[in-house]
Design a protein around this ligand. Sequence first.
Ligand SMILES: [Zn+2]
Length: 459
Amino acid sequence: MEPNMKLVVREEQYQRMNVDARVIAEKVFQFYDTLPRRGKPCDPRQWTTLASFLLVSDCDAKVVSCATGTRCLGGSLLNKHGHRLHDSHAEVLARRAFQRFLMSEASRVYQHLSSPDSVLELCAEGNKLQLKDDVKVILFSTQTPCGDASIYTRPDGDVHASKKRNMSLESDHFTKKTKSDINFGSDNDGKSTAGARWQPPEDGDLYRTGAKCVPGVEQDELSPGLGYHVTGVLRTKPGRGDQTKSLSCSDKISRWNILGCQGCFSMLFLDKPIYIDHIVLSGCSYDQDALRRAIYGRLSADISADNQVYTLHCPEISHSDIMFRHSKSSIEQLLGGSSKIIPCPMSLIWYKQAEDGVTEVAVNGYKQGMTKTLLTTPAARLSICRSSMLKELHRIFGCMDETRRLALLDRRNLPRNYLECKSLTGYSVYWNHLTKSHKQFTVWPRKELTYSSFTLEDA
Ligand SMILES: [Zn+2]
């Protein structure tokens, strides 16, 4: 595959969706309120971020997955058997839960259990599945994606600047700066200090992120004002201490805008990738230009367009001012700055399954409530961790008749090895191509193979 350096954007993306950001925000918040208390902030000082995938058809939006979370494990805590979630930022969890939803939908179609509200259907060739024609995908979040999208000029001359400034501190990656008392921001070693105070910059300033540039790209200058950050580069997730190996949400979303948000495994049964049509942010500070730059703009100059299946998609972006009741700014306002507020250590994860749904609570990448001895057992594994996904994939293919399996896989059985399963799809092949050919992705840190070479026996 040779990149021809020409940008291809699908026609469909120009078919404007009529999305009312307030309606979407209210729908997700109402849905969140119906979920059990377990996994939600349980201390009045706790805050979190909420993200959701919704599907829209016939002018009706339905939540199909949602999750809360702000944490990401350090590199030393990675699990080589795929038992543990590394990245628990809300957008990433909601997307993994969306993948589980797609697997559940696929299983229903293949077992002739689908109902009129199923969103997948068999293609004309009779084996692969496709998203029904009129179905559109929305990614909702109560926070601007961490990383590149979070870097933009502060509106300090604005009469609402003070309010916006507070809202900019919504995420855990906006922490107080130690090297200077001029601005809020995160210093390079991620430590915070008391006593930092904000003063208006003389010649403009940026919102800052604690997400560090990956090795091999232009690094932040960390000079005062607008020169603090470099924009448009890959960054690892913000965090203190043990450096994470996970990329920022801005970077991950940019990847989904090329490879789709269905993940690698779903491409074993889908005829084409599923792209995000619309992104809705609610109750957070954001900047359209920075968000566009981060999630597709920085890719458009030389993304290879040699592929008929995977092409760059540019979601529309909407914003609502309705605040999430558990967001950092809501909790700050509620407590009036009198107490120290803290990120909720738990994540609530939900995805639609048939007529019902699956709810799980995660702590440190495992199910909540596990004792140390249980952590190594299947009981501790979340249904969206990599080993559970492998197991579910085997279950789906195990229920098929051999003719269909042969048609989908071009072999009799699914490999038992996680990496081998992945390598069966064009997704994996195309991603490998991008990491060799596209300047944005050549520096994408790859987890060592030891973290992906587990088998079904380990699951
Ligand atoms: Zn994030």
